[in-house]
Design a protein around this ligand. Structure first.
Ligand SMILES: Cc1cc2nc3c(=O)[nH]c(=O)nc-3n(C[C@H](O)[C@H](O)[C@H](O)COP(=O)(O)OP(=O)(O)OC[C@H]3O[C@@H](n4cnc5c(N)ncnc54)[C@H](O)[C@@H]3O)c2cc1C
Length: 336
């Protein structure tokens, strides 16, 4: 009978000694044979805000409760950042009747990362909900209690400010000096998620070699954190020759208002994108400079989403994928 899992809540690991094989929790050195690191991310600092400015962030359940309470008493909000969390939060605030402005240095939401087509779509979904988009502007300061200064010289004074400005590895300092290799605070691992003998790392804390991609990739998605956790646990328990490599194509869903997009990609950039219209939706295929498909994003196009993973894993070319898409499209057959 395997032993159960002892859970210690409210206890941070403050020191790891890989030679002694101990992790220190509240002054107690816990001995381990195997170690799985799953310390995740924390919100990036937002240093332009005054220390006493009322700036919400969103990571924990407590953060969400505070934001919810603030939204109940607010008539206006400024959301800083046009990543998925910023866009989702802006849409949710607007749906609750809060007059919302989204401020971003990007020329459009997600434009740099996912291209013009998606960016224009998100802008239009946000616009339909009444969100005012202020693009191409940086926040230069947030003065207490909630005055937001922009680099175009204007200021906004909402009832609520939310900074959705990204994340960084949560426990980079914990790993320094352990001998583990770090890349931007993330622990570097091989394709079995091993960072050192008997040490595994998963989720946001990791920068592991993905056997499918053939290169190390960072992930910040909870489905991948879960599947990496399962794999690392299985590999930690398995014998040397029985370990499985990590090769999943990472991905996530995002719901902005009532619109859900689904995304699967290696996630480390693309050189070209092709949009395929679908009934009531669209698919965007992303490819690298060699025409190899590296990602797919769908809106109301689940068939493409479902075949996307196999195509990306197989290294299909954009030319092949688009030829397949056209062959399936009855309108194209009529044209031909
Ligand atoms: C608002 C928000 C919305 C999101 N929406 C989506 C989404 O729609 N889809 C999606 O795929 N992803 C989403 N994400 C990202 C997703 O939450 C993360 O990718 C995922 O939680 C990463 O899981 P993880 O287990 O690696 O780390 P985390 O979930 O960050 O968990 C890390 C855990 O380790 C603990 N820890 C850290 N340091 C120590 C220490 N020294 N000692 C002990 N414990 C420690 C932390 O307290 C925490 O419990 C969202 C994130 C946020 C903040």
């Amino acid at each position: 009978m395997p032993p159960g899992v002892e859970v210690r809540l409210g206890s941070a690991v403050t020191h790891i000694d890989l030679e002694a094989r101990t992790a220190t929790v509240a002054g107690e050195a816990l001995a381990f044979d195997k170690l799985v690191l799953a310390t995740g991310s924390r919100n990036s600092a937002f240093p332009v805000a005054d220390d006493d400015a009322e700036v919400h962030q969103l990571r924990s359940l407590d953060d969400a409760r505070l934001l919810d309470a603030a939204a109940r008493r607010s008539r206006s909000a400024v959301v800083i950042g046009s990543g998925f969390i910023g866009c989702e939060a802006a849409a949710s605030l607007a749906l609750r009747g809060v007059e919302t402005t989204l401020v971003t240095p990007e020329d459009g939401p997600q434009q740099a990362r996912l291209g013009h087509h998606l960016s224009d779509q998100i802008a239009s979904w946000l616009g339909d909900l009444g969100v005012e988009l202020r693009t191409g502007v940086n926040v230069t300061g947030v003065e207490a209690p909630r005055t937001v200064h922009l680099d175009d010289g204007t200021t906004l004074a909402p009832d609520l400010v939310l900074a959705a400005v990204g994340v960084e590895a949560a426990a980079g300092e914990l790993f320094e000096g352990t001998g583990l290799q770090l890349h931007e605070g993330r622990v570097v691992a091989d394709e079995y998620l091993a960072a050192a003998p008997d040490v595994w790392v998963v989720g946001d804390a990791s920068r592991a070699l993905n056997a499918g991609a053939g290169r190390p990739i960072p992930v910040e998605h909870w489905g991948d954190a879960l599947s990496m956790g399962e794999l690392a646990g299985a590999n930690a328990a398995a014998g040397e020759g029985e370990r499985r490599a990590w090769s999943d194509v990472p991905g996530f869903f995002s719901t902005i208002g009532e619109h859900t997009i689904k995304y699967l990609a290696w996630g480390d950039g693309h050189e070209k994108e092709e949009v395929v219209d679908r009934t009531g939706g669209f698919t965007i295929w992303y490819a690298d400079a060699s025409d190899v498909v590296v990602g797919v994003l769908t809106y109301n196009a689940d068939d493409d989403y479902e075949r996307g993973e196999a195509l990306i894993s197989a290294g299909a070319t954009l030319t092949e994928v688009l030829a397949g898409a056209r062959a399936e499209d009855p309108a194209h057959e009529e044209d031909a």
